[in-house]
Design a protein around this ligand. Sequence first.
Ligand code: M6R
Length: 605
Amino acid sequence: MCGIVGYLGTKPAAPVLLQGLKRLEYRGYDSAGIALLHRGALYAVKQKGKVGELERKIEEIEKGGATKRVGCAAAESRIGIGHTRWATHGAPSPQNAHPHLFGKFAIVHNGIIENFAALKESCLLRGEKFSSETDSEVIAHLLAQNDCGDLLQTLQKTAALLEGSFAIAVISLNAPDAIAVCRNKSPLIVGRGKEGLYAASDIPALASSADEIFPLSDGEFALLQGETIKFFDKTGEIDKKPLALSLRADLPNLCGFSHYMRKEMSEIPAAIASSLQKIEVDFRFSHFCEVLCQTEYLQIVACGTAYHSGIAAKYAVEALARIPVEVRVASEYRYCDPIVKKNTLAIAVSQSGETADTLAAAQLAKEKGAYLLAVTNAPYSSLTEIADFHLETGAGREIGVAATKSFNAQLAALYFLALSLAKAKGKAADFSALQTLPALSEEVLSDIEKIKQFAPVFAAAKSVYFIGRGADYCAALEGSLKLKEISYLPSEGYPAGELKHGTLALVEKGTPVVAIITQKKFAEKTMNAVCEVYARGGRVLLITSLAEYAARKEVEQSFLIPRCEELFSPILSVIPLQALAYYTALERGNDPDKPRNLAKSVTVE
Ligand code: M6R
């Protein structure tokens, strides 16, 4: 995680860097900082907390006037680098905030330097002093040690010593008009615009300033100098073509909502509709249907919410296409020497396409002979680069750290895939069931404010449980993740039938339990668990499409959703669960868009 930016050009650098950092805040917001080069000196300003706090600090420094040299640099410097941090090594603090300065160098880093302890030890033996507890600071020390007067070569020599993942941007007193950058297993792009050259972790940071964007691949370097960008790999200078993307349409806007999470929930119907549309086109004009005909096994790798969409896909694919599906948490899959049989289709699901564990698991599946399909919400990402085929979901940009519309979009894509697999295997496949989902999700949203009334009970709870069977179990898992992520309440999602095997011991008088019942064949079975909860004094909120169960005496509160093809019901039942998490977080005074300790894109292990 962490977001990095760099700028050199004709405008004052500080506001450009701050704007870029704000758009990368989804990658972490524990601290932020910028370093500027001005009149032969390096200056850094760092602050614990969000980029807005750094901005206020810089404004205060500037108000101090030109008498303060740093104030002057903040107002006038045309070259700098910046960082927004998600803490890995060292607590969130101004000392551990990037950029790190040493000698003639200032650096920002996204990733983890795995051999930093040994490297730091050798620096300490040389008598060098460190001012932070981070792994990253060692990069600045190594640059100083390898300083050959040429910025690019110095970075190349330094990068050769590093193990782990890194996207690095460096400025140096040796080259007052240059920024050198490099990438290994952490995303990095550079851009060119009318007013300068840019580097950043992700496209949104450059969306309103760069006209051309060039992604770097692992092992590549770029030197931004004056008005030119040069690219290098281990063979020397290389040519690069800019991405064919429209860069201006994608700026964040709350559109009157108080939080991105709530706004993004309101976009669920459009996200589903647009995902189905895109995927239909992708299927129609590709060889992918032939791959499906040959597919005998499915392995799905993903993390967090995307993992839950994989579980929903398992229920749908196994029921419709009768193909065995293994769903694995990517961080487990990558280290467990997975068995990949002939004719396996591996599906890596990732909103961002940049999650480090998912990328590594996907790469491994491919190396072991699987055909690799990426399902992402990004037109370009590290995952799409390595995939054999890519399905882009149509959720549009998602800013809230808690995934909402991107989950519904993933489900739409994966259900389409399940039906396509069924068709390829000569089984019944009613695609029309998908076409009703945008309107049905709209119907759920039209009632969603009712969920607000339940928030006080949940906000006051010690812990919360979510239960369901089959596809409803997937919704339970996602509802629980959403709640814990933004309300900070301990919570578990459980298969309803499993409750009595241990977790029921935690249910006491007043414990809120959310039951999800949308599948007729499981309804009575899940109700057994509801009765067990009720008998112990638990308070049940039922999310159901089967109105008759809402009237049962064991159900204290209920929220009705419309009926749809039962296998696909998580796409609707998750919406009230997202809302429950949102209103509970607000009730507890939390910022649902930026939950503590988390970041949207997890590009480290
Ligand atoms: O970008 P990805 O879909 O690969 O991200 C995976 C998880 O980090 C992500 O879904 C996370 O669990 C969300 N914050 C949950 O709301």
